[in-house]
Design a protein around this ligand. Structure first.
Ligand code: ACO
Ligand code: ZN
Length: 482
């Protein structure tokens, strides 16, 4: 796809120096880790005293890796100009002071980028490490010679098109990339991207004891965005322009926990439910903070239709924000999560899956099936896949044959009822796990001893304990106004 884009819309033009590079060009840029060159697009250029800086987006990588680089990190020997501004096309408008350059034959492939890559060097730190997050190797299909099954759970019903890859819509990657933008406005696709909101605008935030580098644009007030750091009160989430100003705020701010009701507490983990209408300012500040780490989130002001479930960790200084998810009070599409976030200092410690588990516990209390709002981000998809797989395998491994059954049997609907997961998520997870086979005229789930071992190894220590959830769902449709 990227190769096609480069070859059709771009034209390679050799340049002697980075001075010829203009916005919109694509060329190899050394990644922050210093390990390798990757094709990147120049989104913006700024002139500093004696040098230029370039804001680059690495084509095959998430936007959170976008950054300002100096010219030493560019490889100007392989610059691709968009054909409409290519200096080799005399009829095209030439942007800026681009010198006229000799025309090279248009190459049809992506240039080799790895000539400077040193063997064994690490990928950038925040690039997704897929090796640790791949679904387990699919179980082999039971052929006549293959001994099968430690455990076989027969699926009782027909699953149309499951094996043929037909219309059973996976809510996994497919849904994540194809779902269109929705009208309630909590998530939005790239169509809304303009140059300003594509670029990170905030250098650093301080939140409690953490200094965190933002990943994406967030519309904090203009007078704050050019400062080296924005200081945020970790309890009420108000923002200040200096450490001094925050100190003054902390003398007055009495909050030591999020507003709203504490509906869950076990050990040091609590969850507070916050009504986006009743605690509007907190909810808006939370959305603004979350936007720094959520690429597609566009809701900041109209928080009324949402509830916010904020997870905290308690110590002697107070309840510290770990992460949250938002949820529409009424969802016509059975979404049980609109946006979900673990703050970066707490990521990869299991809090994301704990938040996801909490969202399904709420759905269980409501007696509903639920699913996260699409599109999912790359990290959102990884986390949901992992949670779904683990939850379903937990059920399958413990499911016993009943009565006179020779083997345990289960239906997809039973899995949905036990987990509160929607059918398409259950089916896509079973497909991703590669455990469904067709055997003697029916569907069977084949689980290997290896999968059992992996399942046990990946069990989480901290889980949501529903006994500690003190919550009664409200029927928002019966209320005059949210
Ligand atoms: N690279 C590789 N794997 C990762 C990474 C990473 N950077 N981050 C998380 N994972 C994997 C974990 O290894 C784990 O997989 P495993 O179960 O196979 O071990 C799984 O994802 C979940 O890990 P957790 O520690 O439970 O999740 P975490 O606390 O890191 O939170 C979350 C996950 C919420 C998606 C977080 O990455 C985040 O806030 N990202 C930014 C915001 C975002 O993208 N939110 C989702 C948007 S979609 C939506 O809102 C519906
Ligand atoms: Zn405060």
């Amino acid at each position: 796809m990227m190769e096609r884009k480069l070859s059709e819309d771009y034209e390679e033009v050799p340049c002697d120096s980075a001075n010829a590079v203009v916005e919109g060009c694509r060329l190899p840029v050394l990644m922050r880790s210093g390990a390798e060159y990757q094709m990147a697009e120049i989104l913006s250029i700024k002139e500093l005293a004696a040098m230029r800086e370039y804001y680059v987006h690495f084509l095959d990588f998430n936007k959170r890796l976008d950054e300002w680089v100096d010219e030493k990190r560019l490889d100007p020997s392989k610059v691709f100009f968009p054909k409409k501004i290519s200096p080799s096309r005399p009829s095209s408008p030439v942007a800026g002071d681009v010198p006229t350059l000799p025309l090279l034959a248009t190459t049809s492939s992506t240039p080799s980028l790895n000539k400077k890559k040193k063997q064994g060097q690490k990928r950038p730190y925040d690039e997704i490490d897929r090796s640790s997050s791949q679904p387990p190797t699919p179980a082999p299909s039971p052929g006549p010679a293959t001994p099968i099954t430690l455990i076989k759970v027969e699926i009782k019903e027909e699953i149309p098109d499951l094996l043929s890859g037909g219309p059973a819509t996976p809510a996994g990657q497919g849904a994540a990339t194809t779902a269109g933008p929705r009208t309630t406005g909590s998530l939005m696709m790239h169509s809304n991207d303009d140059v300003v909101t594509r670029m990170k605008n905030i250098e650093m935030i301080e939140l409690g004891k953490h200094r965190i580098k933002p990943w994406y644009f967030a519309p904090y007030p203009q007078e704050l965005v050019h400062l080296p750091c924005i200081y945020i009160c970790e309890f009420c989430l108000k923002y200040r322009k200096s450490a001094k100003a925050l100190e003054r705020h902390l003398l007055k701010c009495k909050l030591r926990h999020p507003p709203g009701n504490e509906i869950y507490r076990k050990n040091n983990i609590s969850v507070f439910e916050i009504d986006g209408r009743k605690n509007k300012q907190y909810s808006q500040n939370l959305c603004l903070l979350a936007k720094l780490f959520l690429d597609h989130k566009t809701l900041y002001y109209d928080t009324d239709p949402f509830l916010f479930y904020v997870m905290t960790q308690l110590d002697n200084r107070g309840f510290h924000l770990v992460g949250y998810f938002s949820k529409e009070k009424e969802s016509s599409e059975d979404y049980n999560v609109a946006c979900i976030l673990t703050l970066p200092p707490y990521q990869r410690k299991g809090f994301g899956k704990l938040l996801i588990e909490f969202s399904y516990e709420l759905s269980k209390f409501e007696g509903k099936l639920g699913s996260p709002e699409k599109p999912l981000s790359d990290l959102g998809l990884l986390s949901y896949r992992s949670y779904w797989s683990h939850t379903i395998l937990g059920i399958l491994f413990t499911h016993k044959a009943s009565g006179d059954q020779e083997r345990p049997q289960i239906t997809i609907n039973e899995i949905c009822e036990l987990t509160s997961m929607k059918k398409e998520d259950v089916i896509s997870t079973l497909q991703t796990l590669g455990v469904i086979s067709y055997y003697k005229g029916g569907f069977v789930i084949v689980l290997t001893p290896e999968m059992g071992k992996n399942h046990e190894k990946s069990s989480r220590l901290t889980k949501i304990d529903p006994k500690h959830l003190h919550w009664t769902p409200k029927d928002w449709s019966k209320r005059a106004k949210w």
